[in-house]
Design a protein around this ligand. Sequence first.
Ligand SMILES: Cc1ncc(C[n+]2csc(CCOP(=O)(O)OP(=O)(O)O)c2C)c(N)n1
Ligand code: SF4
Ligand SMILES: [Mg+2]
Length: 300
Amino acid sequence: MQSTKPKVSIKDLKAASPRWCNNCGDYGALVGIRRFLFERQLDPAHTVNISGIGCSGRMPHYINTYGFHGIHGRAIPVALGMALARPDLSVFIESGDGDALSIGANHLVHGVNKNFNCVFILLDNQIYGLTKNQTSPTTRQGHPTNTQPQGTWLEPINPVQFVLGIGASFVASTADWLPDHFVQTLALAFEHQGFSFIHVAQRCPKFNPGAWDEDHDDWFDFLVHEKGIGADVKKAPTAATVSHDPSDLTEAFRFAQSPKKAFGLFYRDASKPCYDQLLRGVRDKVPKRDPAKLLDAFLI
Ligand SMILES: Cc1ncc(C[n+]2csc(CCOP(=O)(O)OP(=O)(O)O)c2C)c(N)n1
Ligand code: SF4
Ligand SMILES: [Mg+2]
């Protein structure tokens, strides 16, 4: 039988014109998300993009699905509510390094722990971009910002190591300037049932131009595996590839802690229970209440 589902074009997925600076890495992420939605032919009426606040937080405005641009650091509780109420929706969250690891870090811990079904995209430019150049949890030590002009004092948080440490069931890393790798990463994350965490190296030419070096590929490795993500040979032809089995948590930690950055699938555990599925299982067993009888209870 022929599908009655309308074909979604890339044009259909375009919404408002982005307001980011020239050459901002958020453009690469936007194009990658739209390309994934198109390739996967996800129905925009059953897809939602949810964000907090930041340059990264503007993402839902530019993708023609349902969207929610909420409060700084609070995308995860909104997304959890949607995942619980509407299991038929595909839920994507776009967050920044400040949004996810400063003000929203508590929600990230519980989102990861609850393992509810969503794709969480952390756009890591190692700076507060929207508020113009403050030290974030991932800013490299010594880098001068408006809040620490003599140079950032502390060692940065390592997002991949952090989420592995709190029990994430899916952890991958990619970059805004590696389009094929980015889309492959989204595809695997989407397939995974649970909280799929994607770290994105995201360029901020305005306030942190030295954070990620897209002109060279000798400072990172691709983690490759037959069930993982392939190397991006078009954009990073001379980057080294390292074989890594994504079921091996010890090795995942080793790669996360290595001074040499790695892009690819660090870890995947399909057996971790999902909060949304557990809750729906319980809810479905509770007998449906008759609204008339509920009213009786108030009249007693
Ligand atoms: C409750 C609250 N506190 C602070 C702010 C100010 N604020 C807006 S965005 C932001 C940080 C943005 O940094 P990040 O999450 O890294 O996003 P980016 O702009 O770099 O994409 C801050 C501190 C706010 N909007 N709301
Ligand atoms: S400040 Fe940085 S992250 Fe924000 S739009 Fe400009 S380049 Fe992009
Ligand atoms: Mg940021």
